[in-house]
Ligand binder design. Structure first.
Ligand code: NOJ
Length: 743
């Protein structure tokens, strides 16, 4: 449709129909015959209204999506197609590593590929928009949703957000969301959760956010801005408050900042029942007030609170809400549906044939295996314990050696039966692995919100001891032990905050028992967050952090363990020394009493702890390879930079080891003097370079004054003249530096 036709459609719609478009309902509201009375009436919605909803979430499978589409279109006075959405976060059927692991690739192309494949598989099943990417900056490992973000750094997250949006939307280019036209093989992106959802106080899920304005603008908003600039079709509001105002009712944030300053003109949807929760927040007395606050703040679509359907008609009729406000929101939704080609072709490529061709096809699985391997972070490799040699006798121990559930907490449609475990991958390699689980993932009797993860968790202490004893037998006398440990996926994700971020105690017992008989331990950590692994790290010869690797977990792990793939992942979130440090991140603000670990041991009046170090166990940007790299001192083309000009910073990187490998060279900048406190250092550039043994390459970065801007004392986004330090190295603690002056 052209915009004139869309305008004519809008003009012809009744108020009831318009309000329907502003409502999103869950698929469980609809059976094959029509709306299910129970859930609909709980929301105070009658059958006729339910049929008018503009969007349904959570329906997948081409048959089901087509059936819903046909059923609702038939009941809509203007036959307006539904917008079908679901949470496709790190894959639909082919599951890639969790987003936090994807962040560790430091490779936007990998994210673009993931976005592209998950969109193609989703389009085949009849989806139109995914609730992804989540671009929230995360610094508190207690929060379960850190797994869904690409990490702690604004610059890296922005790069990843842009790549993911472009991948999901098939690279559709437009200056603004309203001008997009997507191809039918891709879907829209709904970037979330605007804004600052990643900073809940104390890492507690759904908690409120207390943030300085500068931190909001400099740390939290850039990734959303990158997603908007890449054309994200939709944005979701967050549950939290910001400056004590719930975001979903925050007119300043949603209208002045998001729409006017950040230029977003796509569809803004609330999170699940976030409009209804304005009542729980205590800022609205009832559904009517909640609907009023949200529509005035500019929320176009109400996900699952029913407030819009229940109250907007009355609000318009009594003059509290002008029809123009409703029309503005409906217009955006119609424009989005048009950009997704739904008026011409509501079914797109969806169908059995597309599903058969696309879901979990070989190409997708190969890419999932490669990207998973590239996301693993090698934290330690003493005595070159890795890679394993074919002739070595290895004991494969731990609850994750034959575990299929490695898809992460947000893979609702991935099926674990298609996951390759480590055991299966070893067998595929022609090995006959000596395996023992040793224990369950959780402690005997432990549940997560009442959910028992596996039958092993129901074992008695004696039965568990038997399993540990069997594992010890397997480990005795072997050249090496690979111990596959970690947390369980449901301890992460939404509602997955943890105050104790260690591995379950039973696994520590298993580790200790194995260590007593064989100290050649290589530990694999499966997790959705940076865990406190310090004692395991201390006692292991090698540690490989594999996160939740997805469908191709086993193959990717075996590829890396046997050296077919050289690890190249780098931490995109600091790995804490202990939970007491959290939130711990590299770009902390300078304080009046800053100190480096160990630099002034006798002085207590410094920014530090008496009982633990300041440094995390492993810093942001850190990760080893099977080969070694040397990096030359930083050389600058000039030590004077003008506000209009640029200089270059260069290093030579050489592969000094025996195998080819990928180096991730990182550039950080410190602003030495400004009129507000500035971070200790900030990431401003990355380069990934593949080098053969003995090969070297010159790596050059361009620095200009745009990279040095910040919100100054007057809240102006600008630079200040003076000295800066540029650091180039292989993690955020590099000492390799040079200085220049902005004149
Ligand atoms: C709530 C979550 O916060 C959000 O991320 C998700 O997309 C919606 N539920 C829909 O499932």
């Amino acid at each position: 449709m052209n915009h004139q036709e869309l305008r004519a459609l809008l003009a012809d719609m009744s108020l009831k129909e318009k309000i329907g478009q502003l409502t999103q309902l869950d698929a469980s509201f609809f059976s094959h015959e029509g709306p299910v009375t129970g859930p609909a009436s709980e929301l105070g919605i009658d059958e006729e209204d339910a049929f008018l909803c503009g969007s349904i979430l959570g329906a997948v499978g081409s048959e089901r999506t087509a059936q819903l589409q046909r059923m609702c279109m038939a009941k809509q006075p203007h036959g307006i197609p539904l917008l079908l959405m679901a949470d496709i976060i790190n894959g639909f059927k082919t599951i890639f590593p969790i987003p936090l692991a994807l962040g560790c690739t430091y490779d936007p192309d990998a994210l673009r590929t993931v976005g592209d494949i998950m969109a193609r598989e989703s389009a085949a099943t009849g989806l139109h928009v995914t609730f992804a990417p989540m671009v929230d900056l995360v610094r508190d490992a207690r929060w379960g949703r850190v797994m869904e973000s690409t990490g702690e750094d604004p610059w890296l997250n922005s790069l990843m957000a842009e790549a993911m949006v472009r991948g999901i939307q098939g690279g559709a280019e437009a200056a603004r969301a309203s001008e997009l036209k997507l191809d039918k093989k891709h879907i829209g992106a709904c970037t979330k959760h605007f804004a600052a959802y990643g900073a809940p106080v104390a890492g507690k899920e759904y908690n409120n956010v207390e943030l300085s304005m500068r931190s909001l603008l400099e740390d939290y908003l850039p990734a959303y801005q990158a997603a908007i600039s890449a054309g994200s079709s939709m944005i979701m509001t967050s549950f939290n408050t910001l400056d004590r105002i719930p975001v979903t009712a925050n007119k300043w944030l949603l209208r002045s900042v998001l729409r006017e300053q950040m230029g977003f003109d796509g569809v803004l949807i609330s999170d699940w029942n976030a409009i209804g929760e304005l009542i729980e927040h205590g800022v609205a007395a009832n559904s009517r007030e909640a609907a009023l606050l949200a529509i005035e703040a500019g929320v176009d679509m109400d996900m699952m609170s029913g407030c819009y359907m229940r109250s907007l008609t009355e609000l318009v009729e009594d003059g509290s809400v002008p029809v123009a406000l409703i029309d503005e929101a409906v217009w955006r939704i119609l424009v989005l549906k048009n950009s997704l080609n739904l008026f011409e072709d509501p079914f797109g490529i969806a169908g059995k044939q597309s599903e058969a061709e696309l879901l979990l096809n070989d190409k997708h699985k190969q890419l999932a295996r490669k990207i998973a391997a590239d996301s693993f972070v090698l934290l330690k490799n003493d005595k070159q314990a890795l890679p394993l040699k074919n002739q070595e006798q290895v004991a494969w121990i731990g609850p994750y050696t034959d575990e299929k559930n490695t898809l992460g907490a947000w893979s609702f449609f991935g099926e674990k039966q298609y996951t390759t475990t480590i055991r299966e991958a070893l067998e595929e390699r022609g090995l006959k692995p000596d395996i023992a689980a040793g224990c369950g993932i959780l402690n005997p009797g432990q549940t997560v919100y009442g959910f028992r993860y596996s039958t092993k968790n129901e074992m008695t202490a004696d039965q568990t001891q038997e399993l540990i004893d069997q594992a010890v037998q397997v480990a005795c006398g072997k050249d090496k032990v690979v111990l596959a440990l970690g947390e369980v996926n449901i301890q992460t994700g939404e509602g997955g905050s943890r105050a104790d971020i260690t591995i379950p105690a039973v696994q520590q017992r298993l580790f200790d028992a194995i260590y007593a008989v064989n100290q050649n331990i290589i530990t694999l950590i499966f997790a959705g967050r940076p865990l406190d692994i310090r004692s395991i790290n201390e006692q292991s010869q090698a540690v490989l952090y594999v996160w939740m690797p997805g469908t191709e977990a086993g193959g990717a792990i075996v590829d890396v363990l046997y050296g077919d793939v050289n690890p190249q992942g780098r931490l995109s979130m600091s790995l804490p020394y202990s939970v007491g440090q959290v939130p711990v991140y590299y770009s902390e603000l300078r304080t009046g009493r800053h100190t480096e670990d160990g630099s002034e041991p006798g002085n207590r009046f410094l920014t530090k702890y008496a009982d633990i170090p300041n440094n995390p166990l492993y810093p942001f940007g850190y990760g080893l390879s099977y080969t070694d790299f040397s990096i030359s001192p930083v050389s600058l083309s000039s030590d004077k930079l003008t506000s209009e000009g640029s200089i270059t910073a260069a290093v030579t990187i050489k592969n000094t080891g025996k195998s080819s490998g990928v180096a991730t060279v990182q550039l950080y900048i410190t602003d030495e003097l400004a009129n507000v406190a500035r971070p200790l250092r900030e990431l401003k550039g990355i380069k990934k370079i593949k080098l053969e043994s003995g090969q070297e390459e010159r790596v050059t970065y361009t620095i200009d004054s745009n990279m040095l801007r910040f919100y100054d004392i007057n809240m102006k986004y600008q630079t200040q003249q003076g000295w800066f330090t540029v650091w180039i190295g292989d993690n955020s603690q590099t000492r390799n530096s040079a200085r220049f002056e902005l004149i």
